[in-house]
Design a protein. Structure first.
Length: 531
């Protein structure tokens, strides 16, 4: 249950030259921009912005409007419970939550296992032998970020995965885990190309024992340019690393996160003897491909039908093709398509968003968490403490599915949800009101883009609206609920808005109503794909 902050009984009122947020509990006042303006004032605003943004003059004007009282800028992680949550606390919270919202009628396609867990003297959940033997998990990273991103997975997400392949752009070891340099598999002409200059610099730095992170910073993004060259040799190496039990090849980024129990439920419903190439769809022009960060899953049949025919021909035909493409995941889709293997959308189970950006309700509410992307290393351990306990219950046959996005919202987002957040963007997308589009609109539309109060009022008028955001002369609203992320004040040529805050708000009463009405997923966990 969301609890409104002390300003829950606040209202927007007109007071002279400002509209004031009046709090009926403690009477704190919050001035905001005037919701109405004359045509001359509006023209002056637009003209001033154009002059400033063109860089012809310095700062012409600064807004005298400031935010004070109930709202203060938030630190980056204050919108989620990750940093403060202890593993024990997360599990305890999830247990108490699921005692009320999980029922025996919830069902998934296939229970994972009823095996008895292996006894363990550690605090970690015991691994169940053979449970994930049919998966080969491939994680791709870069040498410059390996310790930042990959190290945490070794002690969390990969702990119970018996067959792994760690891909990078340099040969390195972390403990007993070896990272394979797949760039070296490219032909000599490609390796000598100017696009791979950074690879050669990195190899030299390694030989001299220099700091690769510092090299990457000096090179301004050149390390990322190597990424597209890894996909084709990565698939070759994965095929060579298969075991007799391998049915599924799962390709992930080092900043991706997986719920293995839900992944197995999803894959057990598919036939690995058919050429599956599963992913979350992205597009370049009209060409669809599986987004690498969301995770790509390829069946044994699809691998056998493509790279399995001849790893040498695979490299000859596609190894150097990255020179002419922007993105390795797009190139890989072209390679598979040349063998008659088309991508099947596994969205939203394979998910490109993280907890802050995902549309938690209503889109994902009863959907299982399978993958998410752009997960900070500092968040992985907190999430894993919860996921590991849930997966153990599935493995023991006590649950038919692991975590749902409903659980993610309840544990990580709801505790820090507020009515308003300053310097924050909650990524509202469904409605937009701007001066350019609505200067001749209704009074409500004009007020919406003119002030946060008008934007909130317009959201209140739309029955399905659950959140809104306001910045400058734009109001955005959304049916979906997202936690969002911090935004920095504009600087430089956009300094006109330096004192104008990006403010986001949520309709807590409507969100509370939704969570109550959907406390139980009556149809169970929804493992269907959005084809």
């Amino acid at each position: 249950m969301l609890k409104s902050p002390p300003n829950r009984s606040s209202r927007w009122e007109k007071d002279g030259e400002t509209t004031i947020l009046i709090n009926d509990d403690d009477r704190r006042e919050l001035p905001v921009p005037v919701p109405r303006m004359t045509a001359g004032q509006a023209c002056l605003w637009v003209l001033t912005f154009l002059i400033l943004s063109s860089g012809l003059i310095g700062l012409v004007a600064q807004s005298s409007v400031t935010w004070r009282g109930i709202m203060q800028p938030l630190e980056e992680d204050q919108h989620l419970a990750f940093p403060e949550a202890s593993p024990a606390g997360l599990v305890s919270s999830w247990k108490s939550t699921n005692e009320t919202i999980t029922t025996p009628t919830e069902s998934a396609q296939t229970p994972i296992s009823t095996s008895t867990p292996t006894p363990s003297n550690t605090k970690e959940m015991p691994c169940i032998p053979g449970l994930y033997d049919d998966m080969l998990v491939v994680i791709k990273t870069g040498a410059s970020v390996m310790y930042d991103r990959a190290l945490v997975h070794i002690h969390t997400t990969l702990r119970c995965i018996p067959h792994t392949l760690l891909i990078s752009d340099a040969e390195m070891d972390i403990g007993n885990y070896h990272f394979v340099d797949v760039i070296q598999d490219l032909d000599p002409d490609t390796l000598a190309h100017e696009q791979l200059e950074y690879y050669r610099l990195q190899q030299s730095a390694l030989q001299k024992n220099e700091d690769l992170g510092a090299l990457a910073q000096r090179s301004k993004g050149k390390a990322w340019d190597l990424d597209k060259f890894k996909f084709i040799p990565m698939v070759k190496r994965a095929w060579q690393a298969r075991t007799p039990q391998t049915k599924w090849f799962i390709f992930l980024e080092a900043d991706s996160l997986v719920d293995w129990a839900n992944m197995k439920i999803m894959l057990d419903a598919k036939d690995s003897d058919k050429p599956w190439y599963l992913g979350a769809p992205s597009w370049i022009n009209d060409n669809v491909f599986a987004h690498g960060g969301s995770g790509m899953v390829v069946s044994h049949a699809a691998m056998s039908q493509s790279v399995g025919k001849s790893t040498e021909d695979w490299m000859v035909q596609w190894g150097s093709a990255a020179l002419n493409e922007c993105c390795g995941d797009y190139l890989l889709s072209r390679a598979f398509k040349s063998f008659g293997i088309n991508m099947t959308s596994a969205y939203p189970l394979l998910q490109g968003d993280n907890v802050a950006l995902a549309p938690l309700m209503p889109d994902l509410w009863c959907r299982p968490v399978v993958t998410m992307h752009h997960v900070k290393p500092s968040h992985v351990a907190s999430y894993w403490a919860l996921a590991e306990y849930s997966m153990q219950q599935v493995a023991e046959g006590r649950r038919n599915h692991s975590l749902l996005w409903r659980d993610i919202y309840t544990i990580f987002v709801e505790p820090s949800m507020q009515q308003y957040k300053l310097d924050w963007d909650n990524l509202s997308l469904d409605w937009e009101f701007t001066f350019a589009k609505h200067e001749n609109g209704s009074e409500e539309e004009k007020n919406a883009f003119a002030s946060p109060g008008g934007c909130e009022a317009m959201c209140r008028r739309e029955n399905e609206c659950k959140q809104w955001s306001h910045f400058g002369m734009t109001c955005k609203m959304s049916r979906a609920v997202r936690a969002g992320e911090p935004v920095k004040r504009e600087k430089g040529s956009n300094a006109l808005f330096a004192q104008t805050n990006h403010i986001s708000g949520w309709m807590l009463d409507r969100i509370n109503t939704y969570t109550k009405q959907h406390a139980i997923c009556e149809n169970g966990a929804d493992f269907k794909f959005n084809d």
